[in-house]
Design a protein around this ligand. Structure first.
Ligand code: PLP
Length: 506
């Protein structure tokens, strides 16, 4: 891939770097247009009649002015610098980067879906409401909890919704609880959500098998605890067989049990959070249910809840009336209220509904079975000589949809870190797994191959890992300086999040 320098005009105060790509604003030339239409030859109302003067802006918006070929080339160029799911294998643990069927794009793009106005009256949006209702029913079935709200926009937003309904439930019973328990293997969004919802985070330890330390849980569970947030299988890829005991401890002190359903890919159609004793679950439609994700969205994090939590769900709810019509119900007295504008990311609902309907219950089950099979197959491949002594499995047992390796022996014996291995993988056309998470494992790599990858892809990945380790044995510098073939080399990974550069002239 070429890394040629793009000649560019620096924006004031922002020196251009050697390989920096111009923004669409930097390509803008006053007066340039993508297309021009002939002058109107029909009568039009005066502007003042169409939009009152007080609502109109007084200066023109500073939009980029570019020709149509420039627009097309700009975005095409950017897309080629990206590594996405359509580029190569993407075993990013906990993120479920499965293939997103292209059929879903066709369905989401149908004018009745894509061009529906969010303020359309329910009577005139019956098809959309029926689709949302159908999705609620299907998700309720997968969860084993019948009451569903599609409103939350992401997994973490679903977590927040889950804690807000938990708070409403306890307050309705006259209880003020202050703590939420999260295992130390939890995804980072769990403790962050706890704090955001105004609760105190209390960590629960992990036993040597990778499950919840039940004695530690028993010691920390008391009447001040509002909820335990759990992922099962957890982010170590381990299914916690003590779940019934855990549920009875949590319910014994009157707390709710929350299921982080981002890992649903291991269990769809096999077991259900509701059957395990959970009260609330969130789904990541952009993980298990094939909404394309990465780059920040859009996603959807619906929640399903048990009977006792149902009265507190967000408003409005999509309901089916007795006459068979669909509607938005606003009159829900104990509801926590509205969580966002409109009803959620509707296009996401269309894709996930298309996925569920095209696979059916059997297909969903098979997707989970193959996800687990693929993960175990890859884990078995990586247990071979030349790999396992440097990258051992963190837990020596059958995994679920993902598994964790530790790069600690590799660092000690070969002098390359997990980060170096990850960067070298890019030169082989493979996206790295999740690295340095879960924190519990030293130099961790979290791999989730998903069900949509072929045996050949998994075989190739295992070969590439063996090759990089053999190469590092000869010369660790190669991996330490990788990648070599990407548009940019090593990046300041925290910098992008901490110092975002806003290029749009205000
Ligand atoms: C992805 C993920 C989340 C958060 O979901 P977002 O949609 O990114 O907010 C929470 N928990 C787990 C285990 C996850 O993998």
């Amino acid at each position: 891939m070429s890394t040629s320098t793009v000649p560019s005009t620096p924006i004031e105060g922002l020196p251009m770097q050697r390989d920096e790509v111009k923004t669409i604003y930097q390509r803008s030339v006053e007066g340039r247009r993508a297309f021009s239409a002939p002058p109107l030859d029909v009568p039009v109302k005066p502007l003042d009649e169409l939009i009152p003067a007080k609502l109109r802006r007084t200066t023109a918006a500073k939009l980029p002015q570019v020709s149509e070929p420039e627009i097309v080339r700009h975005y095409n160029r950017l897309s080629k610098r990206n590594f996405d799911l359509d580029t190569g294998f993407y075993p990013l643990g906990s993120c479920t980067m499965k293939h997103n069927p292209k059929l879903h794009e066709r369905v989401a793009g149908l004018p009745g879906n894509a061009r529906l106005h969010p303020l359309q009256d329910p009577e005139r949006a019956q098809g959309a409401l029926e689709l949302m209702h159908g999705l609620q029913v299907a998700l309720g079935e997968v969860a084993g909890m019948p009451h569903v709200s599609l409103q939350p926009s992401a997994g973490s937003h679903g977590e927040l919704a889950g804690l807000l309904v938990t708070r409403a439930y306890h307050e309705d019973r006259g209880e003020q609880r202050t703590k939420v328990l999260t295992p130390d293997t939890a995804h980072g969004t769990n403790p962050a959500t706890v704090t955001m919802a105004g609760y105190e985070v209390v960590k629960v330890g992990t036993n040597p098998d990778g499950g919840v330390d039940v004695d530690d849980l028993r010691a920390k569970a008391d009447e001040s605890v509002a909820c335990l947030m759990l992922t099962n299988p957890n982010t170590l890829g381990v299914f916690d067989a003590n779940i019934e005991e855990i549920a009875s401890i949590v319910h014994g002190v009157g707390a709710t049990l929350y299921y982080d359903g981002a890992n649903l890919n291991a269990i769809m159609g096999i077991t259900r959070p509701g059957d395990m004793g959970f009260d609330i679950v969130h789904f990541n439609l952009h993980k298990s249910f094939t909404q394309p994700h990465g780059g920040g969205g859009p996603g959807a994090g619906p929640i399903a809840v048990s009977e006792r939590i149902a009265p507190y769900l967000p408003t409005p709810q999509v309901v089916k009336r007795d006459d068979g019509s669909f509607d938005l119900e606003h009159d829900i007295p104990k509801s926590i209220g509205k969580l966002r504008g409109f009803q959620g990311n509707y296009g996401v609902f269309v894709r996930s509904y298309a996925y569920i309907r095209s696979l059916g219950a059997e297909g969903l089950r098979e997707a989970s079975e193959v996800a687990v099979l693929n993960a175990n197959y890859l884990l078995a491949l990586l247990r071979r000589a030349g790999v396992a002594e440097y990258l051992p499995a963190a837990f020596d047992r059958i995994c679920m949809h993902e598994f964790v390796l530790s790069g600690a022996p590799m660092k000690r014996d070969l002098g390359i870190r997990t980060l170096d291995l990850a960067k070298r993988l890019l030169d082989h056309g493979v996206h790295p797994p999740t690295v340095y998470f879960p924190l519990l494992v030293d130099e961790a790599l979290l791999l989730e191959p998903t069900e949509t990858e072929t045996k050949e892809t998994l075989d190739h990945f295992a070969d590439v890992i063996a090759e990089i380790l053999a190469e590092a044995k000869g010369d660790p510098e190669i991996a330490r300086n990788a990648p070599y073939t990407t548009p940019v080399r090593r990046l300041d990974e925290a910098g992008a999040a901490k110092r975002p550069v806003i290029r749009q002239p205000l």
